[in-house]
Design a protein around this ligand. Sequence first.
Ligand code: CO8
Length: 259
Amino acid sequence: MEYHFLKIEQRGAITVMMVSAPKSLNALNSTILKEMSHFVEYLDTVATRVLIVTGDGEKAFVAGADISEMAHLGEAEGREFGVLGAHVFRAIEQLPIPVIAAVNGFALGGGCELAMACDIRLASSKAKFGQPEVGLGIIPGFSGTVRLPRLVGQGVAKELIYTGRVIRADEALRIGLVNAVCEPDELLPKAMAMAEAMLCNAPLAIKAAKQSINQGFDLDVEAAIALENDLFGHCFATQDQKDGMAAFLQKTKADFKGQ
Ligand code: CO8
């Protein structure tokens, strides 16, 4: 499939997916969401071991879902549009590799929701976050009401969603919405450096850790521990565990094969 609104760049085992619709500040229309869905479905997660998601230009990560497209939707189409976005973001969240959002500018509405579907958020000092949907007569419909309270707690999430207040990167850091803030020109290098650090580790162990955190978070403690026990045990069936521990004992670094 040829992408009109996604720029994909391969840097070794790291892939950068850039949303690119600069005229509308990278707002997500249904074509972009379908391109993203295709990209995620066909991403080779053996060749790509870390995905970085970012926005084109200096101004926006993603300024939301495309309001000009949504303005004319009826109830059934509105629901369909919400399902499409939620489905794509869930697929990103469930990728078996780490996904880092490099938030370079406005991350509003669907943009904030896209960033929240990623495992880790790095923000430029110029980034701004918010869920301004209620000001448009809708709710954060790409799973913002689901993920924001899980990330920052219900009280803060409700305040941000009910007021639609847009916050700067420093406040996003303070409330735990982002992991770190850096200067704009340091953003992609910092995301790359973090991805490189992940590449040193065992891919199957990272995959299992992600599954244990993502699935375990929604289980009660006993069930989450049981899930972790299974995933932990399964690590001992991998070559990576043999290589990792042998390398430690020989005081060398393992060259993990993801097997
Ligand atoms: N949709 C469509 N077009 C947009 C969007 C958007 N979300 N954001 C910006 N644009 C367009 C503008 O219309 C403008 O186009 P034009 O040049 O043709 O007039 C261009 O991008 C540049 O924008 P501005 O001139 O407004 O730039 P400013 O620097 O003045 O302002 C802002 C930047 C503050 C980001 C401003 O553009 C803005 O407020 N944008 C809208 C932000 C917003 O409300 N986002 C949430 C949208 S709703 C949403 O995401 C819902 C997700 C769940 C959907 C569930 C479906 C059922």
